[in-house]
Design a protein around this ligand. Structure first.
Ligand code: A2P
Length: 412
């Protein structure tokens, strides 16, 4: 980019820091005007489309989105320039007038806009009683090294998918997490262009006090990727690296990430958890947190709707089926069991319409969805139908759930 001329009219350009960005796609999903796009390396912002509504700022798990540069009005950074960056260019020393129309909104406007948009699909919020999350303590430029202390195949030998339970120990280095947060793993080596591999994000499957209570360790649920979205053979770089890790291996970790997909802590709060496959990771973390505190009898209801191909492909929930129905109501939907009709989680939700509706209307019930994108669509349809049956309008209820931080979705 050419240096802007002195005393030029300046504009403030919204930019994403590629060094911190974890390519989670959240900003692109949140942007109401489609100003954000990406290629295989970087997420970028279209200057002429971005209206600084800031819907993307709050949900970004790393803060990469919270960047801007003042530039000459006719010399904004092009998409090509942004795609080529490994790091943000420094702010150039400029003199000129920042025009009001494209300058960043004042803080108060940002916060009022954010409040107004919450509940309309706007920025996500954490439950009011969630604990304080730490985010982005370790970055790709400054990762923490964890040691693998366990790698266990969860799916049965005859199962078609290969899902692993990996335990990482952080030794004496702090890595504070809350249930629902995720971390990044940087696979060693470089891509075809010689650039270091980008990190991949994984949901943490263990509760805040450690996979082993009182230990500085965490667990992950990772499925080995062997085909692409079209079903063609494709070896996932990070998932294969993680699934092949051996005890004692050392891994570069970033994060933690996520400040809204968190569980409530207040007595009497209920959880409705809906997941498919490895989307069970945050549900395991939350369930385990509640299980360890069961004696205190402070929690409300726990209900789990879990979709998997077959009982052989269930990550984690073997042991959880032994928990009493008083503690957690576990409902499995199996889609590929011989001689049985295909069942999805949304079918189970419909089967329990009255109970689900009661939970949707209960201000103490928090709803978590994690797993396949198609499942999200199916679950929302089921909620819509259940609401209609009960004389309620889902399109009115959903914004209320969002504004009360009672509705949390992570799908891919
Ligand atoms: P299916 O057997 O039709 O693929 P996976 O093992 O691929 O991670 O998937 C986990 C579970 O989610 C499987 O039972 C899978 O069923 C199911 N699933 C796939 N698509 C949907 C969908 N659109 N809605 C709900 N569940 C789905």
């Amino acid at each position: 980019m050419n240096a802007p001329t002195e005393n030029a009219e300046l504009v403030r350009q919204h930019l994403i820091d590629p060094e911190i960005c974890i390519r989670c796609n959240t900003c692109e999903e949140m942007c109401p005007v489609d100003a954000i796009t990406h290629d295989s390396r970087n997420y970028v912002i279209k200057f002429d489309v971005c209206n600084w509504c800031n819907a993307c700022i709050g949900p970004c798990p790393t803060g990469a989105i919270d960047n801007s540069r003042n530039v000459g009005k006719n010399k904004v950074y092009s998409l090509e320039e942004q795609y080529s960056w490994d790091s943000l260019p420094a702010q150039e020393a400029l003199s000129g007038t920042l025009t009001a129309t494209t300058a960043a909104l004042p803080e108060t406007v940002v916060s009022i806009t954010a409040t107004a948009q919450a509940g309309q699909g706007g920025p996500a919020l954490a439950p009011w009683s969630a604990a304080h999350p730490y985010v982005n303590l370790y970055t790709p430029a400054n990762p923490v090294t964890a040691t693998v202390t366990g790698n266990y195949r969860l799916t049965a030998d005859n199962a078609s998918s290969d899902i692993h339970h990996i335990v990482l120990d952080f030794g004496s280095v702090p890595f504070p997490v809350l249930e629902g947060q995720s971390l990044g793993i940087i696979p060693p080596g470089a891509d075809a262009n010689g650039k270091p591999h980008l990190l991949r994000m994984y949901s943490i499957a263990s509760p805040r006090e450690g996979e082993r209570a009182g230990h500085n360790n965490i667990a992950l649920t990772v499925k080995r990727v062997v085909e692409d979205h079209e079903g063609k053979p494709a070896k996932g770089i990070a998932s294969n690296y993680v699934c092949d890790l051996k005890k004692g291996d050392r891994v570069q970790v970033t994060g933690p990430y996520g400040s809204t997909y968190l569980m409530p802590n207040h007595p009497g709060s209920s959880l409705m958890m809906i997941c498919t496959g490895t989307g069970s990771a945050p549900m395991r973390a939350m369930t385990e947190r509640r299980r360890r505190r069961m004696e205190q009898k402070e929690g409300g209801e726990l209900v789990l709707f879990f979709g998997a191909r077959s009982p052989e492909e269930l990550p984690y929930f073997g042991p959880l089926t032994k928990l009493s129905k008083d503690f957690i109501d576990v409902n499995f939907a199996f889609s590929r069991v011989a001689d049985q009709p295909k069942k999805y989680v949304q079918d189970l939700i419909r089967d329990q319409a009255d109970k689900v509706f009661k939970m949707l209307k209960d201000d103490n019930c928090y709803i978590y969805i994690c797993g396949l994108k198609g499942m999200e669509t199916g679950v929302l349809e089921a909620f819509r139908d259940i609401c209609r049956q009960h004389g309620e309008d889902w399109d009115k209820l959903q914004p209320q759930l969002l504004s009360k931080a009672r509705f949390h979705v992570e799908t891919y």
